[in-house]
Design a protein around this ligand. Structure first.
Ligand SMILES: Nc1nc2c(ncn2[C@@H]2O[C@H](COP(=O)(O)OP(=O)(O)OP(=O)(O)O)[C@@H](O)[C@H]2O)c(=O)[nH]1
Ligand SMILES: [Mg+2]
Length: 488
């Protein structure tokens, strides 16, 4: 577009805009004049209606753009549904023991009627030190040593109001290579009635995420700023204020404490020498004890429904992961089975043509079985369509498939010695493996038989000559071939 033309269009647009603004102003003035000419009672009625509309409009606008502090609550299934899912998984050979144990632990804790509180926070924020301060006379004390916590540990503690708690120390989160320990900590936090979230300064982004995660499970929460002894009173005020801002709507209280820990200093001796001294800092945790008293005032019974919800929500996630894993393994098995059958079918063919016409009945059965595994309903027509489409894409792609198969024969000398027909048998293994994988991935993601999506994935897989997959398929072909040779 020429420069002059652009100027012209801009000038016309500007003139149109000006005209529009003038028209609006004129209309507004006319309306105002008519409004002023109305009797007073009508002016008031109209004025009130307009004001109400504006207020409602502003409220809707605010509702749309307001900052959302509360994270979306985690969904939790009811217990019966969850148990059914676990049973189904178990019948499919999945390892559900840890999940069953979690349910049993839910019941066990309910039966004790005790209040459980978990300490949670990133490494070295002082959880183990706080546990010692919360339970100075605990018999388990000797097990709580300095250093990195590697397991969940419970001690009894008594609040100043006489209420008894079971407090859990857990491994710190965010340790390099500490995923397993962090999982352990998170699971324990979900099992507790309330959580004390420890930090040693204002929240970093990852700490803020942890607090949001706990709040999303509906955990009653106190944020404890530990190592308060390291800050001046003014600094502490600022930090508390900042923490309150960061956890508005997520935590019930923010408190500053000093859990204790060892302090080292030098002491001047009478003879002029210097002595290194280490002593235990005196814990100062009263604000936390007060906040905890308020947080668990309802007692175990009052907090139990919330706790159960969190545990079930956590189990819902874990069960979902196990379901996906089990389904992926089953899917892999099915694909392998059909790839093998396709190889056997190819070997039985009297004169394999150079055009790879897909084995229709086998492809339909593979599709049906994978759809059933993913609990996707498919009609016979849909299956026929899909197989037909796969056939078409193979017609154009068969040279690629044969080229990959040919290359593989060179790379796996064992295959090359087996004779001519093996090229086709291997090509079929590749086709069925690609088709099965494409279908399984598409079904898992789309929860439907989406021809286009599965077709696109099939195209990619057919030309994927990734070595591990090709090696596995070569072995599969070779095994099937040898078995045929040894068959009576
Ligand atoms: N200054 C100061 N240091 C503290 C305080 N509480 C704990 N510490 C020190 O912080 C360090 C870590 O304390 P731990 O109690 O082991 O921390 P943790 O959160 O259990 O650590 P992990 O188990 O690794 O997650 C130790 O050196 C403690 O002495 C405190 O109130 N003030
Ligand atoms: Mg620790």
């Amino acid at each position: 577009m020429s420069r002059r033309l652009r100027w012209l269009i801009a000038a016309i647009a500007l003139a149109a805009l000006l005209w529009l603004l003038l028209a609006i102003a004129e209309r507004a003035l006319a309306l105002a004049q008519r409004f002023l000419g109305l009797p007073a009672w009508l002016q008031w009625t109209l004025g009130s209606v307009l004001a109400a509309f504006s207020i409602a409009g502003l409220a809707v606008l605010w509702w749309l753009v307001r900052p959302r502090r509360r994270p979306k609550p985690m969904p939790a299934p009811d217990r019966g549904t969850l148990e059914q899912r676990l049973e189904r998984l178990q019948s499919r050979g999945a390892e559900t023991q840890a999940l069953d144990e979690e349910l049993a632990e839910l019941d066990r804790r309910r039966a004790t009627g005790r209040v459980y509180v978990a300490l949670f926070g990133q490494i070295s924020t002082g959880k183990s030190t706080l546990l010692r301060a919360l339970s100075p006379s605990s018999t388990a004390r000797s097990d709580v040593r300095g250093g990195t916590t590697r397991q969940v540990m419970h001690v009894d503690s008594q609040l100043p109001d006489g209420r008894m708690l079971v407090v859990a120390d857990v491994p710190g989160s965010r340790e390099a290579d500490g995923v397993a320990y962090e999982t352990m900590a998170r699971e324990e936090a979900l099992r507790a009635h309330a959580v004390v979230y420890l930090c040693a300064g204002d929240l970093t982004r990852s700490q803020a995420e942890e607090v949001r995660w706990l709040a999303a499970f509906g955990k009653p929460l106190v944020v404890a700023l530990n190592k308060a002894d390291q800050w001046s009173i003014d600094e502490l005020d600022l930090l508390r204020q900042r923490l309150r801002q960061q956890t508005t709507g997520l935590a019930s209280a923010v408190v500053a404490v000093s859990a204790g820990g060892a302090e080292r200093f030098q002491r001047q001796l009478a003879d002029g020498g210097i002595e290194q001294v280490e002593r235990q800092r005196k814990p100062a945790i009263e604000p936390l004890l007060d906040a905890l008293s308020r947080l668990v005032a309802e007692g175990a019974e009052g907090l139990e429904a919330q706790r159960e919800h969190a545990v079930l929500a956590g189990l819902h996630e874990r069960t979902g992961t196990l379901e996906a894993k089990t389904r992926a393994a089953d899917s892999e098995r099915i694909v392998r089975k059909y790839a093998r059958r396709a190889v056997v079918g190819a070997m039985a063919a009297v004169a394999p043509g150079s055009d790879l016409v897909i084995q229709g009945a086998l492809a339909a059965a593979l599709t049906r079985e994978l759809a059933a595994l993913h609990e996707v309903r498919v009609s016979d027509v849909q299956i026929d369509d899909f197989v037909q489409q796969a056939r078409l894409s193979l017609r154009t792609g068969s040279s690629i498939v044969l080229a990959i198969a040919g290359n593989a024969l060179k790379a796996f000398p064992g295959l090359g010695t087996l004779g001519g027909g093996v090229l086709h048998a291997f090509a079929y293994a590749l086709i069925f493996d690609s088709m099965g994988r494409a279908l399984a991935a598409s079904l898992a993601e789309r929860k439907a038989l989406d021809q286009q999506d599965a077709g696109a994935r099939l195209q990619t897989l057919l030309s994927d000559s990734g070595s591990t997959r090709i090696r596995q398929l070569a072995t599969l072909t070779m095994d099937a071939w040898r078995e045929r040779d040894h068959a009576p």
